[in-house]
Write a protein that binds this ligand. Structure first.
Ligand SMILES: N[C@@H](CCC(=O)N[C@@H](CS)C(=O)NCC(=O)O)C(=O)O
Length: 302
């Protein structure tokens, strides 16, 4: 009996591709969520070199680094839904672009989210230049790997999955239909694949998560206080924001154009293994500047 365990941080672009791969192969697996800021001793034991998640543990043996894990999964469970071509040349080509995605496109894209002002402008320019290359690579193919979904689509899956939430949070439109028509169609095709569509987190939850961690990073502490609660389910977490100072309204949207799935009942009590922490969240657009002083969550930053 195969024993497959994945150590992952919640909503990580690297972890998600492994989850998608396992689902596409139809594998049963157990997932252990790691807190990025406080990785477990077990994770550190399994990945002593980089000390990062994800790590796949197959029959007690760890495999590290998400792109390496994808190839491993493809080779071990080769009968179901192959990801990489057998021919060495297209295979090398997919590996090359996957590396480009992780080393160039992903840091630039997330840089737009993490940076401000001039630095953000520079990150945007770099991102758009990289995206142009990916747009050309895609040409009019349905998938980055060709006419059927493959390794390169998994490698770039974070772009389909996170681009819209990142755009909502930053207010920057990066992947627009006029400049990147092929990529926009690809994003739609990607998100329609059942194994991906059914996986966490959904777009709305991811937006809330990114909004929250951006607010937390920005450390806006001097505003009207309020509080939020979170509920953790198998598919991620949902937040409920309470704004007692807003007339007649104790539940609000959590970001400019995305509604939190709100819990009406403020007597909500979180199930284990939640832990409490204080974070500060700045809702920049929909509401007056507000900080959230209490939040209950399990979390790991991507
Ligand atoms: N190249 C690695 C990157 C993994 C990575 O950056 N993981 C982050 C979470 S998204 C992490 O574990 N960070 C912990 C830390 O930096 O201490 C991969 O593809 O697996």
């Amino acid at each position: 009996m195969e024993k497959v365990k994945l150590f992952a941080t919640w909503s990580s672009p690297f972890a998600k591709r492994v989850v998608w791969a396992l689902k596409l192969k139809g594998m049963e697996y157990e997932i252990v969520y790691e807190d990025r800021t406080n990785l477990s001793p077990q994770l550190l034991m399994y990945n002593p070199v980089y000390k990062k998640a994800p790590v796949l543990v197959h029959n007690e043996v760890p495999i590290c680094d998400s792109l390496v894990i994808l190839e491993y999964i493809d080779e071990i469970w080769k009968d179901a839904t192959p990801f990489l071509p057998r021919d060495p040349l297209p295979k090398a080509n997919e590996r090359f672009w996957a590396k480009f995605g992780d080393e160039q496109v992903l840091p630039a894209f997330y840089g737009c989210y993490k940076k401000q002002g001039k630095d953000q402008e520079e990150a945007k320019e770099t991102t758009l230049a990289h995206l142009k290359r990916v747009e050309q690579l895609l040409n009019e193919k349905k998938f980055l790997s060709g006419e059927s979904f493959g390794f390169l689509d998994l490698a770039f899956g974070w772009l389909a999955d996170s681009s819209h939430p990142l755009e909502v949070v930053t207010g920057l439109k990066l992947l627009d239909e006029d400049s990147f028509p092929n990529l926009c169609i690809w994003r739609d095709n990607f998100l329609k694949i059942p194994a991906i569509n059914e996986s966490w987190p959904d777009q709305e939850t991811l937006t809330i998560k990114l909004q929250k961690s951006k607010g937390s990073n920005e450390n806006n502490r001097n505003e009207t206080s309020s509080f939020a609660e979170a509920n953790i389910g198998d598919e991620g977490f949902t937040l409920c924001y309470h704004f007692p100072n807003l007339p007649g309204n104790k539940q609000v949207l959590s970001s400019s154009d995305q509604a939190a799935r709100v819990y009406k009942n403020s007597s909500f009590s979180p199930p284990p293994p939640l832990r409490s922490t204080s974070i500060f969240y700045h809702n920049a657009t929909s509401f007056p500047r507000v900080s959230i002083q209490q939040q209950t969550l399990i979390d790991s930053q991507p």
